[in-house]
Ligand binder design. Structure first.
Ligand code: ADP
Ligand code: MG
Length: 492
């Protein structure tokens, strides 16, 4: 395989819009979806004589993310002007920390097919977003919406440390999870609050110098990041194999036909004439400030997963499933505080409760049952009184409608309690086996799959109420003691 000769090298530049209320240098709202040009004060419009004022919240969120991603936080910071002309950039420059970022180094751990890996970061810096040019609502004109101009952005840049489309996919998935967890960004790629550019090159396996790279822009979903990388790696290998040279260029991904096309080559790259922003004073980050952010930080998903695996003996699958969302963790923790049925609580949180919330389009914190009722449901199933399938479908829904009842009394009223009284079960087992002497003989002659038939019959006789785990055990016991080939009711 020619692909085995090559190694893909990928570095990502991720832009994340911060979950502040207002813009980075003005009091304009950053709410998504407002009517065009309604969140535009004179500062956003760059009227002469206006002055930016730094939004402190932006620094707090950036330091929080930097600490969570193991970065070094730089003490002395300033902004610079990145000068270029574009109609949706009213100032004629973007205020950015591109030259000297607030967070340097750091890493984010991900799981790969070869085990855990710390994806190395280059930096995280703060900057402002530009407005939007809209090309598709007027035939002749491009329309400009400046609501987004001045929205706070973080640019998170990795080292060229990813080596497959899958790794890049996992990295963004983990990054998005962390951003949401920390309340730094809502991670919504469709609305553009999280955007990713992928830098891609290939090189011969075993070599260490970096190949010429292409940068693919406009990747508006995690799946598209993966697809674009797959396409580009394939394309770059083909070019290399054919003996041609790779041009350093910027490309765009077209999701409609799964292809990339060239936007511009690097030779035409702009000179941004960076210089320090004279209208914003430099700012200093003290150790005490860093400590205050650290102290207020919630435990990170990776730390919690470790705790669930080590202290609660959950599988890493269950632990990861709970930790996909902070709300789920909160609910899980509140449940196991009441009843330490760790595995069952995990099943309920990541199964029926999550499904209910998805189906009803509600957040987990709006799940309509209080923790005490969820605990009742778990107790009922764990004690074998109600089967999990019944409890998680019928009983849970009924309990949501009748919150004043206890789960057990409701199960009794609805006739959902399992029969696990041995005498009652034995009666149904006897009746079943007596009715099918031939099948019993076949079973005893070795056709063990018949146990399913017997169990089904017992279930029918019990009108679905028999605790089937207990029934199977009983059937095996009763059938197992036979050795004379016949079936004798008295011996049961
Ligand atoms: P620029 O700011 O001009 O886009 P940077 O040097 O800051 O360039 O790199 C941007 C991103 O490109 C980083 O994520 C970096 O890891 C990645 N990168 C740089 N060189 C390569 C390469 N040869 N192959 C793949 N990725 C690369
Ligand atoms: Mg770039």
């Amino acid at each position: 395989m020619i692909h085995d000769k090559y190694e893909a090298v990928i570095g990502l530049e991720v832009h994340a819009q911060l979950l502040t209320r207002t813009k980075i240098f003005s009091g304009d709202s950053i709410a998504f979806g407002a009517a065009p040009n309604t969140h535009v004060s004179p500062v956003s419009l760059a009227h002469p004589g206006t002055l930016p004022v730094m939004n402190k919240e932006v620094i707090g969120l950036t330091v929080k993310l930097g600490l969570a991603m193991n970065c070094k936080i730089v003490a002395h910071n300033y902004f610079a002007r990145k000068n270029y002309f574009y109609p949706d950039l009213p100032k004629g420059y973007q205020t950015s920390q591109h030259t000297d970022p607030i967070c340097v180094g750091g890493f984010l751990p991900i799981d790969t097919i070869n085990g855990k890996k710390n994806v190395q970061l280059n930096r995280i810096h703060m900057e402002e977003d530009a407005g939007k040019s809209i090309h598709d609502i007027s035939e002749k004109n491009t329309c400009i919406d400046l609501n987004r101009a001045g929205t706070p952005l973080l640019e998170i840049v990795t080292e060229p440390d990813l080596h497959s489309a899958e790794e890049a996919y996992t990295f963004i998935t983990e990054l998005r999870k962390l951003l949401r967890w920390l309340g730094v960004c809502d991670g919504n790629m469709e609305e553009g609050s999280l955007r990713c550019d992928a830098n891609i090159s290939v090189r011969l396996k075993g070599t260490t110098t970096l190949g010429k790279r292409v940068e693919v822009k406009n990747l508006n979903s995690i799946r598209n990041v993966k697809k674009a990388i797959e396409i580009e790696v394939e394309r770059l290998i083909k070019i290399t194999e054919s003996g041609e040279k790779i041009k350093q260029e910027t490309r765009s991904f077209n999701a409609d036909n799964n292809s990339t096309f060239s936007l511009r080559s690097k030779e035409e790259a702009d000179d941004y004439r960076y210089f320090p922003e004279p209208d914003l004073p430099p700012f200093f980050i003290t150790d005490a400030y860093i400590k205050s952010i650290k102290d207020a930080m919630p435990p990170l998903p990776a730390t919690l997963q470790q705790k669930y695996i080590q202290q609660y003996q959950l599988s890493s699958y269950d632990a990861a499933a709970i930790c996909t969302d902070k709300e789920d963790v909160f609910l899980y923790d509140s449940i196991v505080e009441k009843i330490p049925n760790y595995k069952s609580a995990a099943n309920w949180v990541t199964g029926p409760i999550r499904n209910y919330c998805i189906e009803n389009n509600i957040a987990v914190q709006s799940f309509p049952l209080p923790v005490s009722k969820i605990a009742e449901l778990i107790n009922l199933t764990d004690s074998g009184k109600v089967h999990f399938n019944i409890a998680s479908s019928k009983l849970m829904l009924a309990l949501i409608e009748n919150k004043n009842e206890t789960a057990e009394s409701l199960a009794a009223t609805m006739n959902l309690l399992q029969e696990n009284n041995t005498d009652a079960l034995a009666k149904w087992v006897e009746e079943t086996l007596n009715a099918m002497p031939d099948k019993v003989k076949e079973y005893q002659a070795g056709k063990k799959t018949l146990i399913g038939l017997f169990a089904g019959q017992v279930k029918k006789l019990s009108k679905g109420k028999a605790d089937m785990q207990a029934v199977t055990k009983l059937l095996e016991e009763k059938l197992g003691i036979r050795n004379d080939g016949s079936y004798n009711l008295q011996k049961l």
